[in-house]
Design a protein around this ligand. Structure first.
Ligand code: SF4
Length: 333
């Protein structure tokens, strides 16, 4: 049995990352089959519940207020609208529903109370509920946990060394603090990053090294390819190749064998064969629905065809894990 290790050296990870691509895929596929049903892929839906107007300066993000992009800014959506979207997502086969708000951090105000209601509502549908709301204190994480939150997404984005070329309004340590607050509240951790932001291969290895040497590996590791958006500082960035995505996915799979590795932004540009290679390399989750927060994504129909061609089956919610105990009165839907 491949051991779960948190003591990887950066050199060990670099050696895996730089191995010949077919060997890397073969090794990752082998580890994948040891820990997961390779026919299973989790289908998740990500909804932007509050879009744009964010005070942060993440160079890739069209939702930062300081960049002039075509994003349609809106305040926090009404709870009923979010719950209806979750019902639609579930009907279309999603078992995980993630709600994203373009906030620097969570504030203890009426908007947060409404997010807690959204979490309760979605959780009572039996879906895995995830939020991505910016920085979070341990107390706020506990409140989300009590509302039925299963997972919290907070990406490292890139390596510690490349970080200040991408974001200046919060530090790498701020991100790690949020991850530790989430972990302390016993919420499942979702954290990964984005490639194609001008980083070196050494930076990619560096980010994977930080994730794989956390006291516990994230349960979920999204791997995103930058989708350059006009008006952002990274608008002219060259798109990454599918091989670069595969290298990231396969390395993540080998060094964090139990994690769900999520093939995330950038999938819209991949054909069936390219996505098949990503699944072979250990990706076992996708985001479905025509939008990924604000960027384009394949729609449900395309993914149904993809699953048919590749003989994949959707993973059920809370497989091999305990669903959060509902401590609240169920919201009528
Ligand atoms: S990535 Fe999140 S924190 Fe950064 S600008 Fe976009 S919405 Fe704000």
């Amino acid at each position: 049995m491949t051991p779960i290790r948190n003591n990887w050296s950066k050199q060990e990870i670099a050696d895996i990352f730089n191995s010949s691509i077919l060997d890397l895929i073969y090794k990752a596929a082998t580890v994948h089959r040891e820990f997961h049903d390779a026919q299973e892929v989790q289908v998740c839906t990500l909804l932007s519940v509050k879009t744009g107007g964010c005070p942060e300066d993440c160079a890739y993000c069209p939702q930062a207020a300081r960049y002039h992009t075509d994003v349609k800014v809106h305040k926090l959506l009404p709870t009923e609208e979010v719950l209806k979207a979750a019902v639609d997502a579930k009907t279309n086969g999603s078992t995980r529903f993630c709600m994203g708000a373009a906030w620097r951090e969570v504030r203890d105000n009426s908007d947060f109370d409404r997010v807690l209601d959204m979490v309760k509502g979605v959780s009572s549908m039996g879906m895995e509920v995830c939020c991505t709301l910016g920085m979070l204190s341990e107390e706020q994480a506990n409140k989300l946990k009590d509302a039925g939150l299963y997972a919290y997404n907070h990406n490292l984005d890139t390596s510690a060394e490349h970080y200040d070329k991408i974001i200046s309004t919060r530090t790498y340590d701020d991100r790690l603090d949020t991850l530790s607050n989430v972990r302390n509240a016993k919420i499942s951790v979702c954290s990964g990053g984005i490639i194609g932001m001008g980083e070196t291969e050494n930076d990619r290895v560096g980010m994977l090294h930080v994730l794989a040497t956390l006291p516990e590996h994230p349960e979920s590791v999204p791997v995103n390819a930058l989708v350059p958006v006009e008006g952002t500082p990274l608008e002219a960035q060259e798109r990454v190749s599918v091989w670069e995505m595969i290298r990231m996915i396969a390395t993540a799979r080998i060094i964090m064998p139990k994690a769900m590795v999520r093939l995330s932004a950038g999938r819209v540009r991949m054909n069936t064969e390219e996505q098949a290679l990503c699944f072979l390399a250990g990706a076992n989750s996708i985001f479905a629905g025509d939008k990924l927060l604000t960027t384009p994504n394949p729609d449900y129909k395309d993914d149904k065809k993809l699953f048919q061609v590749l003989n994949l089956k959707p993973r059920q919610a809370y497989k091999n894990i305990e669903a959060p105990k509902i401590k609240f009165q169920q919201i009528p839907l």
